[in-house]
Write a protein that binds this ligand. Sequence first.
Ligand SMILES: *Cc1c(COP(=O)(O)O)cnc(C)c1O
Length: 366
Amino acid sequence: MSLQDLAPSYIRAIAPYQPGKPISELAREMNLEPEDIVKLASNENPLGMSPMARAAIERTLPELARYPDGNGFELKAKIAQRFGVSAGSIVLGNGSNDILELVARAFLTPADSSVYSEYAFAVYPLVVQACGSQGIEVRAVDYGHDLEAMRAAIRPDTKVVWIANPNNPTGTLARPGDLIEFLEQCPPQVLVVLDEAYTEFLPREKRSDSIQWLQRFPNLIVVRTFSKAYGLAGLRVGFGLASPEVADILNRVRQPFNVNLLAQAAACAALDDTVFLADSLRVNNEGMKQLTDAFVRLGLSFIPSCGNFVTFHCGDAAGLNRFMLQRGVIVRPLAGYRMPDSLRVSIGLPEENARFIAVLEEALGD
Ligand SMILES: *Cc1c(COP(=O)(O)O)cnc(C)c1O
């Protein structure tokens, strides 16, 4: 008898999430200098963090012996004001990943099922499985969510539907009209998690008014993060917006101090730093063009992306990934998503993108 047998079989069956390879790890493995490594594997902000967030962290450092505000009063007030919601409809998370887990833990049991799309963010099946619930994966259309098929897949025992918009790793976007139709047709007792980790990168005309929809659809949970456009991935802070009823339940299962002191201070400041956000979007747009122009020139097909990353098809992705790692370029293999001939590259600074393109050309020329 192994001690692992003490864990339920659905826990033992979990295949852990595979994160992008850290720079320090590749430096050790390949005997490279960390400065010579370009990491374009985790959709991080290549500009780093907002200077205002950094200043807030420095101001807060002397307070670290104290617990953070477990209710996140200031950050919630800031979010409430910015997005026109009440503080009672906000749940703060240790990254938005925490919010996804809270939803699963609060609502899913082994008697329930949960619906997500093929090629959707890998965390959905993970959190569903960790609760022993049955995951229902719906076939994607053109790498994006097939909302009609997802609605049709909802069963009497379905409690949560997960939608990533834009989706990671494919960068696909659902049209606002299709999302509204989905919400109208979804049974009101099924929760819909709309994960908008990349929404800030969208041009205004493509953005959904998802936060307004909360009034009409009390079963909707909108999830946002400070990890991507706001550049605070290492601090771990995100939030969920929901009806006060649902938010209350989520707040009961979270750790009392799940968002740390520095993260709360930095997130407050980051929300005010509109200049940094605008710069981030500009760098992303320019970098997206730089990369996709290169794919076209090199004859590689890619999935048009609305995020800060792009997935391209390259045949032997494992081989190309190895080639790139040996030359200090980290991108993301997608075999875990059952896309063994694709790689995902995050948009970097112009010189980082150029380095990736140069190594790609070298690989194709070999
Ligand atoms: C990156 C990402 C997240 C979560 O990131 P956190 O750092 O935990 O906030 C959530 N959803 C999607 C689709 C993502 O790509």
